[in-house]
Design a protein around this ligand. Sequence first.
Ligand code: ANZ
Ligand code: ZN
Length: 889
Amino acid sequence: MGRQEGFDHEQIERRWQSQWDDADVFRVPDDAEDPEYVLAMFPYTSGQLHMGHVRNYAITDAFARYRRMGGEEVLHPMGWDSFGLPAENAAEERDTNPREWTERCIEQMREQFESLGFGYDWDREVTTCDPDYYRWNQWIFNRFREAGLVERQAATVNWCPSCETVLADEQVEGEAELCWRCDTPVEERDLDQWFFKTTEYADELLDAIDDLDGWPTNVRDMQRNWIGRTEGAEVPFDLDTPEGTETVRAFTTRIDTIHGATFFALAPDHPLAEAAAERDDEVAHFVDHVADPEGDEPQGVATDMTARNPVTGEDLPVFVADFVLSDIGTGALMAVPGHDERDHAFAEDHDLPIRQVIAPEDDEADEEVDVQEAPYTEDGVLVDSGEYDGLTSEAAREELTADVEGAESAVQYQLRDWGVSRQRYWGTPIPVVHCEECGPVSVPDEDLPVELPEFVHTTGNPLDAAEEWKHTECPECGGPAVRETDTMDTFVDSSWYFLRFTSPDLEDAPFDVERANDWMPVDEYVGGVEHAVMHLLYSRFVTKAFADLDMLDHREPFEALTTQGMVLGEDGAKMSKSRDNGVSPERIVEEYGADTARLFVLRAARPDKDFPWSEEGVRSSNAFLERLLGMARAVESGSSHEDPDSTADPAAEYVAREIAATVDAATDRFEEMEFNMAVQAVDEMVSLLVRYRDRDDADSGVVARGVEAAVKLLAPIAPHVCEECWEALGGEGFVAESAWPTPDRDVSDHERETRLVERTREDVRDIVEVAGIEDPTGIDVVTAPEWMYDALEIARDADGDVVGAVMSDEDLRGRGEAAADYAKDLAAEAPALPDAFEPDRERATLNRAAWLIESEFDAPVGVLAAEEADDDLASKAEPGRPAIHVHED
Ligand code: ANZ
Ligand code: ZN
């Protein structure tokens, strides 16, 4: 046990893990009455958990355990995102195959999860690389294809001419873009690929973001930006070409600038650009050697075509330019150099006219605009625009869209269809065979799964090399056909795994509709912000598509989302191999135990914030648990765990209230997943219990109840130690299955009481210090005379004239100058009048806290009413601010 600190965590953890397991504590029935679905993003099977994982999974586990103690049936499952390129690479390096490697990784990770005591329903484990799982990817592909949500489109891929294979982006290295395997410069190639038509749902994916109240704002913004909806207009331009006139529509967000259009531009792969290339070598050369479309300098070449401006009738030269993208709008644009950056740069390079047609609105007129120098890109008022002069940009957009013949409002999205084809081995085979007669034919459902063939080492795609697997029969005509050798993007696997958890073993469908309807949506989803865009968007898309296929009643998968922050190294930088600032979860679990690791990561910060690792913090978490265990073991057996409504002894009642208030506060914090704040509240209560327990007259029943409350409140966070405590306290069954505590007293005014007590303790400290009293022999705490509380009450209700209101009370007037002075004080403070209870309540509150002052100053404390005290002292008291006298010998 040499390496272990504190308590025998290893023995404790093993013991409770096996007991939970034997008792099926984390299994949930299929048909839950009160279903709650708590989910952490399932891990990629790298084989190694890092601290970020520990944090992610500690968060959902604590929340799931909290909900379970609250009486809900909690689905908290785990699975493995186990397809993907790294497994292929690892298999290459280690001379094994991806399946064996992945299975080993899963074994290791499952053990690590178990060692951390995460409560998963392992009966529901799903593994995406299992044919039992991925057959449903194929089935879904078939359904989507039938529904018209799958399309085959040409798309550009990275091609290594020497390996004769497609490379993933990660396999293209460096600025020079070399093949990772043979260092040959990588080329681009157009291949036919499969796409899921996410764009069909662009509007709904965007609009529904407004209702995702349980999501962080930044993630909602990231989703909005990714979808990138812009409103504008499509405007028809007649293009004169040597082959005749063609109408080309151009998408613009700024039809208000149309009088300033001085040229027209086409994307290099626009059909008219390609036709121009046939006629002209220079155009052909440009079209074939388009440089980087994202490059800073817009490049282009003139053509033999002109475009007629539909508003001015002017003829504009037509260019082919690389900054015009074929998949945005219509792949054609009207260029307005006076008001657009790229058009301006291009016009300067090609000596094209630059015209101003928008001027700043009057109140911004001091702004110097010279569009020859730089474009003016803001909205404004129209100039040099004929009959439209003087209109604002906004009004002009509306009028021009209506006036220009054939023009129409149009929206444009950044969102593209989801390309799901990957030219790799370790993924779901796309269930299609290519037949010369019938074209691409879906593999019928009854022939699914299309299983992966054996892995072979090759420079290309192993599926291409699998001759026997590849050649098959066409399901339609029975003729010879070849299987699709692309596999699916692994984001397909993770776009619906949360549904499979609701019926993991179902054999005739990906999930049971009824079960899924019950459990969905996921109530709390927790994972890294790196998945804020694609994974979440794809999952949302798939959920909506399922809803439209009558497979699900829900249209959004995740009700609430938390993106957890990073665990940084002790140096405050991101943990990384190169910095050597990483901390291994295995070491921490071995040295300090799982509970310490969990407590540390949950108490360090709110789930969404980054925090640095701190070995010191780990040690103090460990010490805290050790102390809790010691306290639980020290509770006398037979101490009353019952909670009387109130305890006769004021000190005991004080502690009882603090316990109730802690339960209340910690519960609120758990609800918000602010485990750090919950732990802090419990920590403070435990410190109070320690102080109280040492008093001669301590009520052991109250102490027992306090320890019990602490144990329950910490059980979701440090579950093993808390089971051990629970057993020591004589609790029944598992604390994991016990009821979440509720406050046994009304704590609605607790904060006000605390403020009064704290203020009073501060005052005593000040007096002792200022008067230099070394050894106090007694402390009097004297509350104000009753009439002052009356005056305060009247002042509170007074409408403006506080002095008048107070002095109009006969009784107070009778008190003469003292009342007048106090009324003036109150008038000066109004409307921020002092916070005070009724006098009896004030004294009762102080009386309960008297033991704290006594133990701090080691002197008896008397709480007195003004009438019981010396007049001089009493006259210094005010409601909510008792007078204090410290005696010394
Ligand atoms: C005329 C104009 C004048 C434009 C002006 C802008 C400013 P956002 O806003 O990013 O969605 N555009 C249209 N089709 C394009 C394509 N295929 N490739 C590249 N750019 C294209 O972009 C919309 C604007 O981008 C459109 O509005 C168009 O230029 C250009 F003062 O039309 B604008
Ligand atoms: Zn066929």
